[in-house]
Design a protein around this ligand. Structure first.
Ligand code: HEM
Length: 295
């Protein structure tokens, strides 16, 4: 029996929401660009300055909303490490939520700075935030290379092997000759995972190219033999998974080690980010004479 890993990926709600919000932000920015585009010296003469500057009613509210989203971003970690209740949704959906809030929160923070950060701590927080987001984007790329179930759980090596057998069996049922699934490859021996981070990254990219090459090789072979076009979509999808997941198996240990090393950096950079943001907020509330705490 094939597990739910073979289900097609639905268009993610988080992706649609993200696109909608990105358009909303772009619209807001275009609408107020005549203020944000001014130099810091010119801004006080614009009527919107009181509201749009970092400590203004709009600027500060945007900053608080961005911080709230960055805190909400951590619920992925709580869901992954502490709560394993199925009705809370799959890890995959929580990961999408992590990415959405991890991009939207920082975007709001950039608006909060009004593109002219002045305090040193604020600048430091901004740099830390950019580094965390940049490592996040890089990590997301590694994340999709680590063998996972449809629901986002990391797979054990035995499960990966089992899935490959299932794909071959499903292809046989569809009339594909198992001998035609053989492929020419220089990288079909499983590796042991004891390489440096840069080599592991390089191997990951090579693996992508190899999967792509094998897929086209098999696809070409199939199209020469396969007459029934009704089955061809199903065969196409299975071949795609077979080639991709063969590479999972080849680099299984390496990819998991790489993910672990990356996760360590991302986690500790996030800790530094929240410490700096915490100090920045503390100082702003203590010395900033903010409208939000004035009666
Ligand atoms: C404010 C921004 C962000 C913060 C504070 C943050 C924080 C974190 C933390 C604390 C973890 C858990 C690390 C661990 O397992 O110990 C994590 C995991 C992760 N984050 Fe972020 N992150 C942010 C933005 C992003 C973005 C923008 C992306 C991708 C575009 C991203 C991708 C990931 C990935 C792929 C994981 C690993 C998940 C796993 O292995 O289960 N993060 N993040």
């Amino acid at each position: 029996m094939m597990d739910s890993a073979s289900k097609p990926q639905p268009t993610s709600m988080a992706l649609l929401l993200g696109i909608g919000l990105a358009f909303g932000l772009a619209g807001y920015l275009a609408f107020h660009w005549s203020y944000y585009g001014l130099s810091p010296a010119e801004r006080p003469f614009d009527v919107r300055h009181a509201a749009l500057r970092s400590s203004g009613s709009v600027g500060l509210s945007i900053g608080l909303a961005g911080t709230a989203l960055m805190l909400l971003n951590l619920t992925y970690l709580v869901r992954k490490r502490l709560i394993s209740i199925a009705w809370l949704g799959s890890l995959r959906k929580w990961m999408n939520f992590h990415v959405l809030t991890g991009l939207l929160g920082p975007s709001l923070i950039v608006l909060h700075t009004a593109f002219a950060p002045s305090s040193s701590l604020g600048k430091l927080a901004l740099i830390a935030m950019f580094i965390v987001v940049a490592t996040g984007v890089m990590g997301r790329y590694i994340y999709i290379h680590v063998p996972r179930s449809y629901h986002g759980r990391e797979l054990e090596i035995g499960e990966v092997r089992r899935r490959l057998v299932e794909y071959r069996e499903a292809l046989e049922v569809l009339g594909v000759d198992p001998t035609s699934l053989k492929y020419e490859s220089s990288t079909d021996a499983e590796e042991n995972g004891k390489v440096g981070i840069l080599s592991a990254l390089r191997h990951m990219l090579q693996g992508d190219r190899e999967a792509h090459r094998q897929f086209h090789q098999l696809q070409k072979r199939m199209s020469e033999k396969q007459a029934d076009s009704a089955k061809s979509k199903e065969i196409h999808d299975l071949l795609h998974k077979l080639c991709r997941e063969r590479q999972w198996l080849v680099r299984y240990h390496e990819l998991r080690e790489l993910m672990g090393a990356w996760r360590f950096f991302h986690r500790w950079l996030a800790v530094v980010l929240f410490l700096v943001v915490g100090f920045h907020i503390l100082l702003a509330f203590r010395f900033g004479s903010l409208w939000i705490i004035q009666s």
